[in-house]
Design a protein around this ligand. Structure first.
Ligand SMILES: [Mg+2]
Length: 472
């Protein structure tokens, strides 16, 4: 994020310019509000532990105690916790921390190490970056918190569909596909999409749309009755894995072949359909079964293939968010920056971010690609508890391969400490906890909404979003 945005003090109005212009405008607006602590959604606090909302975001600068190296690699924050300043972790979830709805045992131990239960007594900042979705970030965080026995904030969390939030102002009526029941409609509406159509709405209007899929009584009750003769679908968003591939495939193709997104019409050129976005493009993912299961990337491939077959050779270009798209890692960089600032009072970016994943095609490829252009070092670590199978050759080569996420955390921690020793930084530079220091940085400048809001993770502005809309 460039400084020019941080110093921007005027809230720009939205305008209907180019796609990039609109994202730029939305980003600047959100950045301004983030930095000024202006509430995006009123969120009355019930948390006794939440710090008071400071009227100013300009807290006293963090002054290194005498004797500390500058810049310190370890610093104090939050009432004297020792926090790793020079490095951080980012984790994929499925196949790394969770498998088949259950935590991988080593994951719970790994979180303890990150939260200070290590021989150095330091806490290490971390975030989560999953291609998965189908629930709100807050709900997914609640699940993960229970599974891993720690408190995880939505401000540490990016779902596959999180960046879609930035497109809410761009489109009017949208078709949202995937996930359980009405969940994805609700998530889309929470992102700010104002008119969300689901496949259920279309089937309710015309049950002949999907010959082999009948809505259940519950689906029939939840689906919305509307007259589609005057509805234009401006974009299709596949938020989460389809629960009915055949029906959803039919409906996505109907819209792709329509006259400008009008339900029930057929284009003569097959070139008038609205854009189609997938929240990620993973063909496989790690679930409870011994072998990886089919993911959204497979549906994406089928949509494109079938479109070509039906239209006798026309190409349908769809778009994917998520890893390995560079924009997703840029999004993660901004999330990590804000998390380090707000939770740990760290101002400078980490020198190294260890990314731990199980899928070479998304986790390792994305991390390596991003590392080639990032200012800091994004270090890819592949684990053997998910999609990647021990003994095989990964399509994209990680910097390091380990067995479990606990090994990955210990590896990163050990590597950092060795580097630290190499720099001849002695343990005396570790700053002991000292509650009495008046210049000790405290967590007093965090807007309360950021701590309490259930959807703050989706508020992050995006830079160069167009970069991640690269079809492949
Ligand atoms: Mg995974």
């Amino acid at each position: 994020m460039s400084l020019q945005h941080e110093s921007h003090h005027q809230v720009p109005s939205f305008h209907r310019g180019s796609f990039v212009d609109e994202l730029e405008s939305a980003r600047t607006d959100l950045t301004h509000r983030l930095l000024t602590g202006e509430s995006l959604a009123e969120s009355p606090s019930t948390s006794a532990s939440a710090p008071p909302l400071s009227p100013s975001h300009s807290a006293a600068p963090s002054t290194p105690p005498s004797g500390a190296v500058s810049p310190p690699e370890l610093t104090t924050a939050r009432d004297g916790d020792l926090v790793a300043d020079s490095f951080a972790f980012a984790f994929d979830i499925d196949g790394v921390l969770i498998r088949g709805g259950r935590p991988i045992p080593e994951a719970i131990e790994a979180m303890k190490v990150l939260n200070g239960e290590n021989e150095y007594g330091i806490k290490i900042p971390y975030i989560f970056l999953t291609n998965g979705g189908g629930k709100s970030e807050a709900e997914r965080c609640g699940d993960l918190s229970r599974q891993l026995e720690i408190n995880i904030s939505p401000a540490q969390f990016i779902c596959g569909h999180t960046p879609m939030s930035e497109m809410a102002t761009k489109y009017g009526t949208v078709l949202v596909v995937g996930g359980e029941g009405e969940k994805c409609r609700q998530v889309a509406e929470s992102y700010g999409f104002t008119d969300v159509v689901t496949p259920g709405d279309i089937i309710k209007n015309n049950s002949a749309t999907t010959p082999f899929r009948k809505l259940t009584a519950e689906e029939l009750a939840n689906s919305k009755e509307r007259d589609f003769s005057n509805v234009t679908i401006e974009a299709v968003f596949v938020f989460a894995d389809s629960r009915d591939w055949a029906g959803d495939l039919q409906i996505i193709l109907d819209i792709a072949m329509s006259k400008g997104g009008r339900v029930g019409t057929r284009s003569e050129t097959f070139e008038e359909g609205p854009p189609i976005y997938f929240s990620h493009s993973d063909v496989l993912w790690s679930a409870a079964h011994d072998d990886p299961r089919l993911g959204m990337g497979a549906l994406r491939g089928i949509v494109e293939y079938t479109f070509k077959e039906i239209t006798k050779g026309k190409t349908l270009t769809t778009h994917a968010f998520g890893k390995p798209q560079i924009g997703t890692f840029e999004f993660a960089t901004r999330l990590l920056k804000r998390w380090r600032k707000n939770a740990h009072n760290l101002d400078s970016p980490p020198e190294t971010v260890y990314f731990v994943g199980d899928t070479p095609e998304s986790d390792i490829r994305g991390t390596n690609d991003f590392n080639a252009k990032a200012e800091n070092d994004w270090y890819s670590i592949l684990v053997e508890t998910g999609v990647y199978q021990q003994g095989t050759i990964p399509t994209y080569k990680p910097r390091s391969t380990v067995t479990t996420v606990l090994d990955a955390v210990n590896f990163g921690l050990r590597r950092e400490m060795e580097r630290r020793q190499q720099k001849k930084l002695s343990a005396t530079n570790l700053v002991a906890a000292d509650h009495g220091r008046t210049n000790r940085p405290k967590l007093t400048n965090v807007p309360r909404w950021l701590l309490d809001s259930t959807d703050c993770a989706v508020l992050s502005p995006s830079e160069e979003r167009a970069l991640e809309l690269v079809a492949h």
